[in-house]
Design a protein around this ligand. Structure first.
Ligand code: 1MF
Length: 183
């Protein structure tokens, strides 16, 4: 994944748990003490190792680390140079999610090593929809839950999320989402 992702993991750990925790996690993950470069491609193992090391150093289940990272990613990219990209994708939860594939297509035009997942919406009603998440990468459903919660706070809505793993011809993660404006 692009270094931007690892930089965001570092930002989450430093801001929430401090610089000493980051040093322990980085060392446990076997990563040299050099800055991540946003536009450079890193092996996905770097990111998975960071999540694993954070889980053990912080004594949090990996699913919790991933979910917190998902929430943080929405905040981080809204601030760290991607504010316009995020704004352009829409100003409500369902609209934003329906625009994610085209957001990724736009990023991939400039950064061809991007391996974006796909987010498809079906069964939409006024306050519910089903999100189908297809990824090249395994085990990231808890990260998507965090992304959804981060988007919910971005758009001032409450969300309920029911997760199902779908094992058909195209195995993927499915999320039944119910949302309502915070009153
Ligand atoms: O393959 C990749 O490197 C990659 C990196 C990030 C693919 C996708 C993403 C974004 N996505 C992360 C989860 C991927 C998990 C998976 O593969 O299944 C999160 C998508 C998302 C969901 C909800 C709300 C916002 C979201 O993301 C917005 C976004 C997406 C991509 C970027 C920024 C914001 C982005 C921009 C530039 C990138 C990489 C990603 O690379 C750079 C960075 C700096 C300089 C040059 C290139």
């Amino acid at each position: 994944m692009y270094g931007l992702v690892n930089k965001a993991v570092e930002g989450l750990v430093r801001s929430r748990f401090g610089d000493d925790s980051w040093d322990k996690i980085r060392i446990k993950a076997g990563i040299p003490d050099e800055p991540f470069i946003s536009m450079e491609s890193y092996d996905d193992a770097v990111t998975y190792d960071l999540v694993g090391a954070a889980s053990s150093v912080l004594n949090l289940a990996p699913e919790i680390v991933l979910e917190e990272f998902g929430k943080y990613w929405v905040l981080y990219t809204g601030e760290a140079g991607y504010g316009a990209l995020m704004q352009g994708a829409g100003n409500s939860l369902p609209v934003f999610i329906k625009n994610l594939d085209s957001l990724h297509t736009r990023v991939k035009l400039s950064y061809p090593n991007l391996q974006p997942p796909s987010f498809r919406v079906t069964d939409e009603t006024a306050n519910t929809f089903t999100l189908h998440y297809h990824s090249h990468r395994a085990g990231l459903a808890p990260f998507v839950v965090g992304l959804l919660k981060g988007l919910a706070s971005r758009f001032n809505v409450n969300v309920e999320i029911a997760y199902t793993r779908v094992e058909d011809e195209a195995p993927h993660d499915s999320f039944l989402i119910r949302w309502e404006p915070i009153s």
